[in-house]
Write a protein that binds this ligand. Sequence first.
Ligand code: ATP
Length: 704
Amino acid sequence: PAKYLPELQKHWKQDGGDASYALLTHAFILVNSTTKRIKIVDTLVNLLRILIEGAPDSLLPAVWLATNSFAPPYEPAELGLGGSVISKAFKNIYGLNAQGLKTLYNKHGDAGDVAFEAKKRQSFTLKKPKPLTIKGVYQSLTKIAKSKGTGSQETKQRIVERLLQDTRSAEESRYIVRTLVQHLRIGAVKTTMLIALARAFLFSKPPDAKFSTKGMEYLAKLKKEELTEVYLRAEETVKASYARHPNYDDLVPCLLEIGVTKELLVRCGLTLHIPLRPMLGSITRDLSDMLTKLQGRDFACEYKYDGQRAQVHCDSNGKVSIFSRHLELMTDKYPDLVSLVPQIRGESVSSFILEGEVVAVDQDTGDLQAFQILTNRAKKNVEIGSIKVNVCLFAFDLMYLNGEPLLDRSFRERRDMLRSLFTEIPYRFTWVKNLDATSADSETVLEFFKSAIDVKCEGIMVKVLDNEIKPGNGITDSVNGNFDEEPAANEEVQDKQLSLAATKKKERNTRRKVLLSTYEPDKRLESWLKVKKDYSTSSDTLDLIPIAAWHGNGRKAKWWSPILLAVRNPETGLLEAVTKCMSGFTDKFYQSNKEKYSENGENVISRPSYIDYAGHPDVWFEPQEVWEMAFADITLSPTYTAAIGLVSEERGLSLRFPRFLRVREDKSIDEASTSDYLASLYRKQVERAREEEVALDPSVDDNI
Ligand code: ATP
C-alpha cells in the first residue's frame, strides 16, 4: 500500500503547516499516467495518508480539488469563469498575444495543455513566487464562486491571474487551469475517492486524534485476502455514509475525528435537507425475464411515469426542500408542490423524506402529459400564480419519518406508512398506480404492463415487497445473520472476526441483490427492476393456427378465451399446440370469433387426430385461419409439443406472453409457421441472450 509513498513524499513541502499544491499536482500526474485502477487507488491512498498524518487541515481541500468540485451538488455554486477570463490571464501572465494563443489552442485543444506550454515558454519571472498550497488554491476557488455583482468579473480575473502567477512549474499551471475550467481529466472519480479515503484511514490518523488505527505494520502483515476483507468493510462504511449524506464538508472532518467506524453512519448519515443518493433500478430484457428473476417473491409492479424524480424533505418546522435525481435543489421550481405539504402530511407526521415522480398532468382530467410538457416549466423562481404547466407528484417511497430513517425497513412497510400517514389530493399528490403480484400472475402482470403503456408510461418498475423469502422455496437463510457481533478485544481475534464478517457480507451482498427490499441509496440492485416498453416483445412474430378454446371467465364468460394455437409440422402433417392466448383481442373480435366458432356450428369439430396436444379444451376449431402473433420469448415446455425433438428430446416449445396482432387473410393454413421455424427462432433467442448477458454483466463496469 505504500508503493507510491516515497515518490509523493519528495514533493511534500509544508508552508506553515499547509501542504503544497506541488504534492497534489504530482498525485495528479501519477494518476494521469495510468489506466490501472490499482495504481490510481494506491496513489490516492498515499496522497491522503501524507495529508492525514502531516497536514490534516489540507485533507478536505485536497479531496474537493481531486474530485474536481468545491461544493456538494445541492448547494448552488459556480465558478462562472468564461473562456475570456482564462485567455486574458494567459495574455497578461504569460505574455502571449492573440495569435500565439490561437496557435497553442489549435495545437492542444485543452486549456490546461495550453497553460503547460505557455508556462514552459515563459522566459522570466520577476521574483520566485511563494509555493501554492492546496488550501490556498481551494480558497481561491471558493472566493471566485462567492464573488457576485458589480466588480465581480474584475475580482475573478485578479484571482485567476494570481493563481497562474504563483504556479512554480508547468505541470502546476496545467492542473490549476484544468481545475478552473472544471475539467480535470483524471480518473479520480467519486467511488475511487471514497475507496481511497476508507483505506487511508485504516493506515493513518491525525497526530492528535483519539481513535486508533490498525497501523501500517500490522496491516502489512495480513495475508492478501485478509487485507482485502478489511478494506471491503471500511469501504462499505464510507460509501454508505456518502450515499446517505453526500458532502465531503461533513464526511472528511468526521473521519478525521473518529476514523472509519460504524459511528460514521450515525454522525454522517441520513439528514433532513441533505439529499440521499437515490436507489436505482436494474434493466430487464422483458416481462418474462423479470418474472424469472423474482420467482418466489411477492413484488409490487408500479407504473413507470415519464417525469422528473423528486425527493421531498420536510422538517418539524414545516421547512420544505425538493431535490432532483442528481441531487440539485429544485424547491423553487415547484412552489405548487411545496404549498401542498401541509395538506398531504397527516397529523402524526412531523418530519419526513419521501420520493416520487413529478409528472405534468391535465388539471381538469388528471390525464398524464408527455415529459416534453414538463420541460416547459421554468427551472427556477417559479411563481405560484403564473404556473402554466400543472404537475402531480406520484409518490412511491418513504425514507424518513419523524426523526427516524426507514431505509432498513421493508418496502411493504415503507409503502404502508406512506399510504396510511399521508393524504392524497386528486391530480396533485397521489400514489403511483400499482399491482401486487407474484411470478404466477403473469397474465395479470401483462395486462398491468399494457395499461401502463396505454396511458403513455415508459413501462413498469417492479419492486420486491418483503425482506425475506417465504419458507419452502429453497432459500430460507436469514439475511441478518450475526454480522454485527461485538469486536473482540484482541486484535488478531478481531481480525479473524473481520474476515468472517467480510466473507459473510460478500455472500450477503450477493443474496441481497434479490433478497432485500430495503432502500439502498446509490445502489442498482435486482430488488428494483425496470421493464420498459421497448423491451416488451421480441421483434419476431409467428403465424399460428387457432385450433381450440376454453369458455372465458368473468367479463369474457360469453366468449372463447383463452384460445389454443398451433404451428404445423410438414414432416408429420400434425398441428402442434404451442400456446394459449388471451391477449390482444378487442371485444368486437371476441364477439365475431364466438359467432364463427359457435358451439354447435359447422366450424366446431370433435377432437381431431391430427392435433398433438394432451390438454382438454372445451371446444375444437376446424383449422382454417392464420393469426399473426407477437410474443415476449420462446420457452422450453413440458406441456406443449411444438418442435419436440428439434431442440430437446423431452420438451416442446411454447411462447411467453403471446399477443394477437391480426388475422392473416392472405395466408392459408399451409402457409402457417412451421415447427422448424419455431425451433430456429428459439436458437436465435438463446444466442441473443448470451450476448446480452455479457453486455449486462455488472462486473464489466468498474467505475473507472
Ligand atoms: P437510472 O435512474 O436508473 O440511472 P434513468 O435515469 O435513465 O436511469 P430510468 O432507467 O428510465 O431512469 O428509470 C428510473 C427512473 O424512473 C427513476 O429515477 C424515476 O425517475 C422514474 N420512475 C418513474 N416511476 C417510478 C416508480 N414508480 N418507481 C421508481 N422510479 C420511477
